[in-house]
Write a protein that binds this ligand. Structure first.
Ligand SMILES: [Zn+2]
Ligand SMILES: [Zn+2]
Length: 543
């Protein structure tokens, strides 16, 4: 649980808050951060809940929330982009610290800060997550102490902050277009819920007894990350207003500059200050980038195993991820942060908007989407127009708006346009297609559960009818009713082993019923991974 709050360490928030304060002035940056944080928090609630309740990561959740089996491969790419954009942002922050402390040129610093994560991802994940838990109080202290020290030493810094104009043409004043543009940059972090879901999926089962505690834990580990995130963004804008007069706008949004000045207010020795600040920056950045590299490599693996049935092992994808991050850094991503993040937001928001609309409207209110999360190839259509279609249309419209095709107002508000379009289209397409593309072949395990819950009456009535017409119960149903299984191939599913698990015919490992299903091509039970790698079956199980 503690490790889920790992997000507190990353410093990109400081850079983002600082960078938008410089571009748009205090008031617009402030409201931009608050509004984006609200959107991220609210959309995070249903995603965190479903991810924890059904033990699924973001990719599996996306499949079952209106995107279909292959429809979610495109969101794997959107998520992979999030991890490499942020990996290079965080890596650049580390390289800036190397430059200041070791006088290491930035291009070399970029290489070092990226390559260092490879051995850590391969060998050091467990040690690192333990370290993360133990050092959390230290991070909080190192983050809050300098800001508190600055304000206590000179309370006038607060009013300097609220009057900070940066380079903004409207000064420190409120400008709705600048609020929207600031929000657009911060909203790129909406995909962070994917990293939170990687922790949430290991939550214990929700029961009547643990309900309150469970919900709190899910809120804190899920959307809760953005509370600290927004605090860090506001701190970044404060730090920029504090240091810009002495270091200039060009480097004021670099976290190492912020922390060197900030620690300098209460530690006299310049060398000690630089050492502490560098240590702080490097350790935070290594932690977050190990996560970014790991999550990114998983997304690549998800994408290629499904699209090309190609599964060379995660190390290959780890190298790909690191290579992309290096290229972005060397291309100077940090200098175009607002532009890159603002553009990315259009697509990320479309994705999250379509999922949330499916979870909240289609599943809960309209009940047109299955109440559970189905993620297996054998039971899903490749593409479900509900989420997939809404996301594509919302992305295209908001990117057109982003490039100014619909005028200046919608240009600034493009991620909000994306959110509204995705949110409206998902239920509209679900109703138009009558929910036909959610399930291609009934999942016998799930079918048994839902039927049991939905209507025990109907089953009895059916059975009475059957016995009336034939004089006895239909013998062909006996085997499936024995296990309570219904749907295609249900009668071919063998009894589970003593652990309640089934052996996969292909890889011969044992799996719980959530991860295995019957395959008519292999004539036996097959696990989700072997099923997704199968090239020859032609999806015969769904025909
Ligand atoms: Zn298998
Ligand atoms: Zn199949």
């Amino acid at each position: 649980m503690n490790s889920a709050v790992g997000g507190i360490a990353f410093l990109a928030d400081f850079a983002i808050g600082g960078s938008i304060a410089i571009s748009y002035g205090f008031t617009s940056a402030f409201w931009g951060i608050i509004i984006a944080a609200l959107v991220i928090f609210l959309t995070g609630i249903p995603i965190a809940y479903y991810s924890a309740k059904y033990s699924v990561d973001m990719d599996l959740l996306t499949r079952g929330a209106g995107f279909g089996y292959l429809g979610s491969t495109i969101t794997s790419l959107v998520y992979a982009s999030f991890t490499f954009i942020y990996m290079s942002t965080e890596g650049a922050i580390m390289a800036q610290a190397f430059e200041m402390y070791f006088h290491m040129p930035l291009p070399i610093g970029y290489l070092v800060s990226s390559l260092v994560v490879i051995p850590l991802v391969l060998f050091g994940m467990t040690a690192l997550s333990k370290l993360q838990v133990w050092t959390q109080p230290v991070w909080l202290l190192l983050m809050i102490a300098p800001i508190a020290a600055i304000i206590m030493k000179d309370p006038g810094t607060v009013s300097a902050w609220t009057h900070f104009a940066g380079k903004s043409p409207s000064g420190a004043a409120f400008n709705p277009l600048f609020v929207a543009l600031s929000s657009g940059v911060v909203l790129s972090l909406i995909s962070q819920i994917g990293e939170q879901a990687d922790y949430l999926r290991f939550m214990p089962t929700l029961t009547k007894q643990n309900r309150r505690k469970w919900l709190w834990a899910v809120m804190i580990a899920g959307p809760g990350w953005v509370v600290i995130g927004a605090f860090k963004e506001l701190s970044g804008s404060f730090m920029v207003s504090f240091i810009a007069p002495s270091v200039g706008f060009d480097v004021a949004d670099q976290p190492i500059q912020m922390f060197v000045k900030a620690f300098g207010t209460f530690i006299p020795s310049a060398f000690v200050v630089l050492t502490i600040a560098t240590f702080f920056v490097v350790l935070s950045q290594i932690k977050i980038n190990v996560t970014n590299a790991y999550s990114g490599s998983l997304s690549w693996s998800n994408f290629f195993s499904r699209v090309l049935h190609f599964h060379p092992g995660r190390v290959v994808w780890l190298f790909l991820q690191v290579a992309i991050a290096i290229v972005l850094m060397e291309a100077g991503l940090f200098n175009f942060l607002n532009t890159v993040l603002g553009f990315y937001s259009n697509i990320a928001v479309a994705w999250i908007g379509a999922i949330v609309a499916d979870l909240v409207i289609n599943k809960t209110l309209l009940k047109i989407s299955p109440s559970y999360i189905e993620f297996k190839r054998a039971h899903l259509y490749n593409f479900n127009p509900v989420g997939f279609g809404s996301m594509i249309i919302a992305s295209i419209l908001s990117i057109m708006a982003y490039f100014g095709l619909f005028g200046a107002t919608l240009q600034a508000f493009s991620p909000f346009l994306s959110l509204v379009v995705a949110f409206i289209l998902a239920p509209v397409i679900a109703l138009a297609t009558k929910g036909k593309y959610y399930i291609a072949r009934q999942n016998p395990f799930q079918g048994a559960l839902t039927e049991l819950a939905a209507s025990s009456n109907e089953v009895t009535e059916e059975r009475v009818e059957e016995s009336n017409s034939t004089g006895e119960q239909s013998p062909t149903h006996d085997h499936s009713h024995l296990h309570g299984l219904v749907g295609p191939y249900a009668e071919l599913i063998p009894a589970p082993n003593n652990n309640g698990e089934y052996e996969c015919v292909t890889c011969e490992f044992d799996y719980e019923q959530e991860d295995i299903t019957y395959c008519p091509f292999h004539k036996g039970m097959i696990c989700s991974l072997c099923c997704s790698l199968e090239k020859e079956c032609g999806d015969m199980c769904k025909k």
